[in-house]
Ligand binder design. Structure first.
Ligand SMILES: *[C@@H]1O[C@H](CO)[C@@H](O)[C@H](O)[C@H]1NC(C)=O
Ligand SMILES: *[C@@H]1O[C@H](CO)[C@@H](O)[C@H](O)[C@H]1NC(C)=O
Ligand SMILES: *[C@@H]1O[C@H](CO)[C@@H](O)[C@H](O)[C@H]1NC(C)=O
Ligand SMILES: *[C@@H]1O[C@H](CO)[C@@H](O)[C@H](O)[C@H]1NC(C)=O
Length: 246
């Protein structure tokens, strides 16, 4: 395969130069979050851009019309959006809270590099997952069921407990198909049916919270694929009985 991103090929050739430009804009950063949750979109930029204004643009982000949902040094129209520019780390972060399904789609991290110039862009894809609610009773057991597409059938599956996917994949993995059982958590993967099931036994109230079903995609530099989200609400049976009898 021709490596069009290679600097060595950047030689006096307009056609190649155009390929290089296309190559630069083809990297898409994907962020996955859930309804009513929060996402932190991280936009790294070059050191020369520290003093320029940053923004997040929604949709096609055309040269003539930009739907800037939030911009440095000015309050966003929709207060769910905020922007923080960390100049020492050369990363600006756009936080979106109280997420809705309509928030999914294409965005661009933009750096306003000055009048007359084309701004610097990174394409972002934001994926918003629906949350399924499951209730359970302390001391008992329940199953979280994760349906996945057939392209993931050979991948390692896992479940982790954390609202944000970036934290979930790092430190909150409860059980994975590499090791089908871990304490009270066990995982059974039925690849022919495209479903894996996580059984949690001896439930406690602390098991309540957001769980993500995920798959570790092969050859994707451990880029995880996020499958579905479950919000567990575990409460004591005693409380339920008191509620119904009074
Ligand atoms: C900026 O990023 C650096 C490195 O990640 C971090 O140590 C620092 O706390 C950040 N500053 C702010 C204001 O967030
Ligand atoms: C599998 O899980 C058990 C129980 O938590 C743990 O002791 C063991 O080290 C794990 N094995 C691997 C390969 O992760
Ligand atoms: C989940 O685990 C419990 C306790 O080991 C067991 O009784 C139950 O049958 C399991 N459920 C499924 C669907 O495997
Ligand atoms: C969890 O379930 C209990 C009992 O059904 C209910 O009273 C409580 O409001 C629920 N909590 C949440 C956060 O949904």
């Amino acid at each position: 395969m021709i490596q069009i991103c290679d600097d060595k090929l950047l030689i006096f050739n307009l056609l190649l130069l155009m390929s290089v430009l296309a190559c630069e804009t083809s990297e898409i950063l994907t962020f996955t979050a859930h309804e009513r949750g929060k996402v932190e979109i991280q936009c790294p930029y070059e050191s020369g851009y520290k003093e320029y204004k940053k923004y997040l643009c929604r949709g096609e982000c055309l040269r003539v019309f930009k739907d800037k949902v939030v911009e440095s040094e000015s309050a966003a129209k929709d207060e769910r959006f905020s922007l923080n520019d960390n100049k020492s780390a050369q990363i600006f972060t756009v936080t979106i809270t109280d997420l809705r399904t309509e928030d999914r789609g294409k965005y661009w991290c933009g750096v306003k590099t000055g009048v007359g110039n084309l701004d610097d862009f990174t394409q972002i894809h934001l994926e918003i997952k629906h949350v399924s609610r499951v209730s359970g009773v302390t001391g008992e057991h329940l199953n979280i069921i994760c349906h996945y597409e057939s392209e993931l059938k050979n991948d390692v599956k896992f479940i982790c407990k954390e609202s944000s996917t970036s934290l979930c994949e790092k430190s909150a993995i409860k059980v994975s198909s590499e090791n089908n059982s871990n304490g009270r958590f066990s995982l059974r993967d039925d690849a022919s049916a495209g479903v894996f099931t996580v059984n949690i036994t001896d439930l406690t109230e602390e098991d309540s919270g957001i769980y993500w079903c995920g798959a570790v995609q092969r050859g994707q530099e451990s880029k995880n694929k996020w499958i579905s989200v479950t919000d567990l609400n575990i409460s004591a049976e005693v409380v339920k009985m008191l509620n119904t009898h009074h």
